[in-house]
Write a protein that binds this ligand. Structure first.
Ligand SMILES: Cc1cc2nc3c(=O)[nH]c(=O)nc-3n(C[C@H](O)[C@H](O)[C@H](O)COP(=O)(O)O)c2cc1C
Length: 398
């Protein structure tokens, strides 16, 4: 969301039931630091009052092309000149049809034809309307004209039917705007990311694992996707929703993670191993649940799992970039440099687990980047999304 800071965003609102959700989107964009102006269709005023938007954004809403009391006589052109992104949420079938055919007969459509920045439409309508051949055709035309379409979601619609037509979630729309504004510096690059913990089952109901939430790896995958990368995310079990538009492969054990990673690694340009893979697995898997029995003590024997990072490092091609993580409880620098050398990494991201604002389940991380050259960069506590972007930018400088 950092990219939204100080960006000029124009929020267009047209006459559909979901217009009541537009103020929520406005607030999300404002919270991220964007300067938001609103343009409405006249029909949208039957669903929500311009006053709501005026109170929230502190500016007059443009809905009448010929209203001389707006900032200037040609308010739609003024807005269009400085606009970084224009997003219509909700976009009615009517507005979609007009834009697809270059019709500019009101403030919103006239503004859209003049707007310079990225243009994003968020259709919301009854399912039958969304499936209508003319609407589909118009959406395809607009995609060809470089409009970004944020697909509606499925669920119960205002008309009491179920289907695809609900306005996309406001957080997703905000994410889509961020993606639209992000420089596509990873285009044509394949980025393989591993994330989350692995589970090594002992019997059908017990396993050994670790508290990795997967947040760091998922943040890297999301950031790489936003920057235009072709992303493969191999993940152990997590409770996270995977980023849209990435190839998502779910695994459970270290062995499965190894197999999947080895299949996807050879043609990857950048490989980032953020998964917390179990070093050992139980030597024997018990087919049935182990019973408590009479013994006070039990011991299990473990055997070594494949060292995925080391294997990839051994087979790494000259032009590939390999990045690993070192979560340590002591001697971070010494351990990180040792791992970097042993596994033929380009960068290792080290962090001390157990410190506030850092490590396994936190939304933030306090990391130190260690480089092959022997240099290091100590970073402050930051959001995992922000750290993900720093890591990817570093990859591009290598
Ligand atoms: C109660 C009601 C709800 C409506 N909801 C939608 C809707 O969700 N999506 C849509 O495309 N049209 C919807 N319409 C139809 C539009 O309001 C209509 O096509 C109108 O001309 C759109 O005007 P505008 O695109 O200039 O805002 C609805 C109409 C009514 C009366």
């Amino acid at each position: 969301m950092k990219i939204l800071k100080d960006k000029n965003i124009v929020l267009g609102v047209s006459g559909g039931i979901a217009a009541y959700k537009a103020p929520e989107l406005l607030r999300i964009l404002q919270k991220a630091g964007a300067k938001v102006r609103v343009v409405m269709t006249k029909n949208a005023r039957d669903f929500i009052s311009p006053l709501t938007f005026e109170a929230l954004c502190g500016h007059k809403v443009l809905f009448d092309l010929f209203d001389g009391s707006y900032t200037s006589a040609i308010g739609h052109i003024d807005l269009a000149k400085d606009c970084d992104a224009a997003v219509i949420a909700p976009a009615t079938a009517n507005v979609i049809g007009k834009l697809a055919n270059g019709i500019a007969d009101d403030a919103l459509t006239t503004f859209m034809l003049a707007a310079k920045g990225r243009k994003i439409l968020c259709p919301a309508m009854n399912e039958a309307m969304y499936e209508n051949a003319a609407v589909k055709r118009n959406i395809m035309k607009l995609e060809a004209d470089d409009y970004i379409i944020m697909e509606p979601s499925e669920g119960e619609l205002a008309c009491k039917t179920k289907g695809k037509g609900r306005l996309a979630d406001c957080d997703k729309i905000a994410d889509g705007i961020c993606e639209a504004l992000t420089t596509k510096d990873l285009i044509w690059k394949k980025i393989l990311v591993t994330a989350g913990p692995t589970r090594e089952f002992i019997d059908p109901v017990r396993f050994i694992s670790n508290p990795s939430s997967g947040k760091m790896g998922y943040a890297i995958a999301a950031a790489a996707k936003k920057r235009g990368g072709n992303v493969v995310l191999v993940s152990g079990p997590t409770y996270l929703e995977h980023p849209e538009g990435v190839k998502f492969i779910k695994v459970v054990s270290a062995n499965q993670m190894a197999d999947t990673t080895f299949i996807n690694a050879p043609d990857a340009d950048i490989i980032i191993k953020a998964a917390a893979v179990s070093d050992y697995r139980a030597e024997k898997f018990f087919e049935h649940k182990l019973k408590k029995g009479l013994a006070d003590k039990v011991s299990l024997s473990f055997c070594k799992n494949t060292d995925i990072l080391k294997e990839i490092g051994l087979n790494k091609k000259k032009e590939q970039i390999l990045i690993g993580f070192a979560a340590e409880t002591e001697d971070l620098e010494k351990n990180a440099f040792k791992k970097l050398k042993e596994k033929n990494l380009d960068i290792i991201i080290g962090n001390i687990v157990g410190k506030p604002g850092s490590g396994f389940e936190a939304d933030t991380n306090k990391a130190v980047l260690f480089f092959k050259s022997g240099k290091k960069k100590v970073l402050p506590v930051m959001d995992k999304g922000e750290l993900a972007d720093i890591i990817l930018s570093r990859c591009l400088t290598l």
